[in-house]
Design a protein around this ligand. Structure first.
Ligand code: SME
Length: 157
């Protein structure tokens, strides 16, 4: 499947990333080690501005393993793109973060964003957040593959 020529370049990159991530998660059950390496795989594959995790702790999101510049450390339930994804228990693709009500600007360089919930038995336990300096960087292909990746991370929680 990986070399199937009908697959787009992005889909090929995701197929490779997914295989790599499945291998990493299978061989290491420690949550920090696993999430750190997943953020590294995604950063090195797609070169986004920022990619990482916020973990649900005491009813707020707390910064977890990530790749990229310094980020805000705590996000309240329902706040920003991350807190909204958590509250709504659904993925959010934002083409222009400046047009998203309540967007939390950790970096002035970020122009588009995608946030995917990670669930344990249906309850959101963390979110994956990726930011790009380009507008409209993320689309349905990103959402579908990042949801697959996040589904494999349930075992770390
Ligand atoms: N922009 C996010 C905050 C996290 S940083 O982008 C890393 C938000 O609005 O929730």
């Amino acid at each position: 499947m990986i070399n199937n020529p009908t697959y787009s370049e992005k889909e090929n990159l995701y197929q490779n990333a997914l295989l790599q991530i499945e291998g990493l998660i299978e061989s290491e059950k420690d949550q920090t080690a696993g999430l750190a390496n997943v953020s590294a795989v995604l950063k090195n594959t797609f070169h986004w501005w920022w990619v990482g995790f916020y973990l649900v702790k005491n009813n707020e999101l707390v910064l977890g393993p990530f790749q990229g510049p310094v980020a805000c450390t705590r996000i309240a339930h329902g706040k920003g793109v991350c807190g909204t994804s958590w509250a709504q228990n659904q993925s959010i693709v934002v083409e222009d973060v400046h047009a998203f009500p309540g967007h939390i600007a950790c970096s002035a360089e970020s122009n588009s964003e995608i946030v995917i919930p990670i669930r344990k038995n249906g309850t959101v336990v963390a979110v994956l957040d990726a930011d790009s300096e380009h507008f409209s960087c993320f689309d349905e292909t990103d959402r579908l593959f990042l949801e697959k990746i996040c589904a494999t991370l349930e075992n770390l929680f």
